[in-house]
Design a protein around this ligand. Structure first.
Ligand SMILES: Cc1ncc(C[n+]2csc(CCOP(=O)(O)OP(=O)(O)O)c2C)c(N)n1
Ligand SMILES: [Mg+2]
Length: 545
């Protein structure tokens, strides 16, 4: 068998159903021969974002794989891999390499060298007989430990050469690590002793599918729960103990409870300091449970720590907590829930004029609010984009089911949301998959709306067009006044139609809901839809200094 066919065969054995890619890479042809659906994008970055979503929405049960060519293909892929690295998403990246006689000679781009800092594992294969072992190492790395991209660079000529007979392959296992029982007992004691604990869930809960245990712990402790943006939807935000998610903008109830906490328990999170994550208050003790010991004491000092898979950590904690509570809840839940509900209603009352605004251009908050109340939230997967749309939607969108909100922001590549929605739709075709983005974001990856049309990946793309990079207005005052440097323009409904999709421009508040309904109907027919809402250059966010 030729090396390309061996790779395709291994992908199949690893459960890969789609190979997302961009030519030229012989693995694409070999995958098609092996009946793996090949999906060709318009630029590499979007393809990586799609592969990323496949891994995210399946908790890494199915690994997204992307293949591209050596040189320009690999050079152009950097952003997609860097985004997956920043947000800790497990994907397999298969760049072609220059033919071996030219492989490591400047100026030829070496994926092996250049991707070292945005992958957890990068390898360059130069012997055909090493292909199966390289793939085994890559899949073992990607399935285990800290989720992050892995890369195998396969030179063009090598892929056409024969792998000697006798090779074998066994799919890589998924292994979990559990916490030290002594530390579990300490943490359980601290959690039970705390009077005002707050639970903070990260995406480790998604990868471990530890949603039921998280909920059980919250209800046992009668403690309020928040999440990182990446962890959003790990806990139903309609639950009486939910504080909503923590991003750059947050709810009033989250601000209040975090500020008054006497203990914060982070589970499956990195506690990385970021502009797009709620800051932990100074001086409040932190308990940090995470998979990767490299995150312990990194940005924040941990009073106590547990290292392990979020599911095993919670499984170990639950009986220890239950024992210490001696069988009875302490009757706090009602008071905590009442206080959350009170603060939430004050907060929503304050935002109500924006959420229900009749103004024109449209309030972005009105668009988000109407979207939330028109879709079937439990059966919708939504993602934001960089820029104001992220900070406008994340505090107000209330997911009720796991992995129905794809949150991100450790790095914030404009245009990431489109590929995420497309990858989510591939992996979960029964769901309505939505990306919410601004007019700067569409400038980066918009052409891949054509991929959605061509490949029949019927997503709903919600564009807030304010003809501006509004989030930059405050910091580019002079450049805007003198040179209109934050202005941008475009007619994206026409653009969507020109690419063969459904496109509508919406300017009237009472036209928002009917347009959403028509667009959803189109997605059900298999046509991707883009709704272009003409919005104001809003500069108000639910931010607490
Ligand atoms: C690739 C990339 N370059 C630059 C940025 C910095 N950036 C973040 S948001 C933004 C402008 C966002 O404008 P738009 O998408 O129209 O949203 P708006 O704030 O206008 O609602 C820029 C330039 C980024 N996040 N990603
Ligand atoms: Mg804009």
């Amino acid at each position: 068998m030729k090396a390309a066919a061996v790779v395709a065969d291994i992908l199949k054995r690893e459960g890969v159903q789609f190979l997302i890619g961009y030519p030229v890479n012989p693995i694409i042809e070999a995958a098609a021969e092996a009946d793996i659906r090949t999906i060709i994008v318009r630029q590499e970055r979007t393809g990586l974002h799609m592969a990323d979503a496949v891994s995210r929405v399946t908790s890494g049960e199915r690994i997204g794989v992307f293949a591209m060519q050596h040189g320009p293909g690999s050079e152009n892929s950097f952003g997609g891999v860097a985004q997956a690295f920043g947000d800790s998403v497990p994907i397999v990246v298969l760049p072609g390499g220059y033919p071996r006689r030219l492989l490591n000679i400047p100026p030829n781009f070496s994926s092996f060298l250049n991707y070292q800092h945005v992958t957890k594992w990068a390898e360059q294969v130069i012997l055909t007989e090493a292909v199966p072992a390289a793939m085994r190492r890559a899949f073992t790395q990607v399935r285990n430990g800290r989720p992050r991209p892995v890369l195998v660079e396969l030179p063009y000529d090598l892929l056409h050469d024969e792998v000697p007979d006798g090779w074998t392959y066994t799919p890589a296992p998924r292994l979990r690590t559990g916490p030290d029982p002594r530390d579990v007992a300490r943490v359980a004691a601290a959690l039970v002793a705390a009077e005002r604990p707050v639970l903070y869930a990260g995406q480790g809960v998604h990868y471990a599918r530890a949603w039921p245990q998280l909920r059980e712990l919250a209800e046992l402790l009668e403690a309020p729960v928040t999440t990182s943006l990446q962890g959003k939807s790990a806990f139903p935000e309609t639950h009486p103990l939910s504080l909503g998610s923590g991003g750059r903008s947050i709810s009033k109830q989250l601000h209040h409870f975090l500020s008054n906490a006497d203990l914060i328990f982070g589970i499956g999170c990195s506690f990385t300091t970021t502009s797009y994550g709620v800051a932990m208050p100074n001086g409040v003790p932190i308990i940090h449970a995470t998979l990767d010991p490299a995150d312990i004491n990194k940005d924040l000092r941990a009073e106590l720590a547990l290292v392990g898979d979020a599911g095993l950590v919670l499984d170990a904690l639950l009986p220890e907590v239950r024992d210490r509570l001696r069988g009875g809840p302490r009757g706090r839940a009602e008071a905590v829930g009442r206080q959350i509900a009170q603060l939430k209603s004050e907060w929503l009352a304050q935002w109500n004029p924006r959420l229900t605004s009749e103004g024109k251009p449209l309030s972005p908050y009105r668009v988000i609010w109407d979207l939330l109340h028109t879709v079937d939230v439990a059966n919708t997967i939504i993602t934001h984009d960089a820029g104001s749309p992220r900070d406008q939607i994340s505090p107000f969108w209330e997911p009720v089911a796991p992995l129905t909100y794809l949150g991100w922001g450790k790095t914030t590549q404009l245009g990431y949301g489109l590929g995420l929605a497309m990858g989510a739709k591939l992996a979960r075709p029964e769901m309505l998959c939505v990306n919410l983005w601004g007019d700067a974001a569409i400038g980066f990856t918009g052409m891949d709306f054509e991929t959605a049309v061509r490949e029949r990946i019927p997503i709903l793309s919600v564009l807030l067009n304010n003809f501006s990079m509004a989030i930059e207005l405050k910091i580019m005052k002079v450049a805007t006044e003198k040179y209109r440097s934050t202005d941008i323009s475009g007619n994206y409904a026409d653009f969507a139609r020109a690419l063969g999709g459904w496109g509508e421009r919406v300017t009237e508040p009472n036209a928002i809901v009917p347009a959403i309904k028509r667009a959803i109907a189109k997605t059900r027919e298999g046509t991707p839809a883009l709704l272009e809402f003409i919005t104001e250059q809003a500069e108000d966010f639910s931010i607490f200094p």
